[in-house]
Ligand binder design. Structure first.
Ligand code: ZN
Ligand code: ZN
Length: 264
């Protein structure tokens, strides 16, 4: 058996992904209250006491809200790079020394039977990362909270069986919407969030049409609509020669409920 993946929920108000092998169970981020994360896990039949660790992408609240509570409640090790630790320390509260683990961005980590590589992304946090997780022949790439996707990232994430890819906003909705100008600029910048168009372009460079699964993630509540994100990415992929539905599976992660559990 390879890996199992479930996006427990993803959106600008909270993010939490679950990855499992036969020997390990981890969360990537826990951006909801501890109670909500427990409910989400239980809804897919996972008891929170069986978790092994939480890996954190960056210190924004929609990624760390429940990290401290869960670590204390279940004696869970937390993994993050040094700057993310600096950024989240106050918010997540007291963590037992033995549960504080620091990694280097770009350097592989062996975690039980998983090989985990945190890779740099472009976002207005101290040292934000995406994660590439390998186990046996399965590979998952988790890329959210990035203003753009560079060639190095494309090279790193290629050949995954599953991509969780940010598709944060529709550029027109954001420009015409009610957000103040400074916030629009922040989101649109190279270190903000990925638009539906940019997600489509990046995926076109990554996919080979061999049945990969793509889940669009971190959708904005105000500047996106799930069907629009799907449509925009689908159209973009078609224009780049990838027959969505026939050659790959395109889906969404949801703001308020888990996806199905994908077996890879
Ligand atoms: Zn963020
Ligand atoms: Zn976020």
């Amino acid at each position: 058996m390879g890996m199992r993946f479930c996006s427990l929920s993803s959106g600008s108000s909270g993010n939490c992904q679950y990855v499992e092998t036969d020997n390990s169970r981890i969360l990537i981020d826990a951006g909801f209250s501890g109670k909500r994360v427990e409910e989400l896990l239980k809804s897919i039949g996972v008891c929170p006491t069986t978790l092994d660790a939480i890996f954190v992408t960056h210190e924004h609240i929609d990624h760390i809200k429940g990290v401290g509570v869960l670590s204390r409640r279940y004696d869970l090790p937390i993994y993050a790079n040094e700057n993310t630790w600096i950024g989240m320390r106050k918010t997540i509260g007291n963590i037992e020394e033995k549960n504080i683990n620091t990694f280097y961005t770009g350097r592989d980590l062996e975690f039980q039977d998983m090989n985990i590589r945190p890779i740099a992304v472009f976002h207005d946090a101290l040292e934000p990362v995406g994660y590439i997780i390998n186990h046996k022949k399965s590979k998952i790439s988790i890329i959210t909270d990035t203003g753009h996707v560079c060639d190095d990232m494309i090279k790193e994430i290629k050949n995954s069986q599953l991509y969780l890819m940010e598709s944060n906003h529709d550029e027109f909705m954001l420009k015409e919407g009610l957000y103040p100008w400074y916030l629009k600029q922040r989101i649109m910048s190279d270190e903000g969030h990925l638009s539906n168009d940019d997600a489509g372009k990046a995926l076109g460079n990554v996919l080979s049409g061999n049945g990969e699964v793509v889940l669009l993630a971190h959708l904005s509540k105000d500047n996106n609509i799930p069907e629009l994100a799907l449509d925009t990415v689908k159209t973009s992929l078609y224009s780049q020669g990838i027959a969505v539905d026939r050659e790959m599976i395109l889906g969404l992660s949801h703001r308020d409920r888990p996806t199905k559990v994908y077996n890879l």
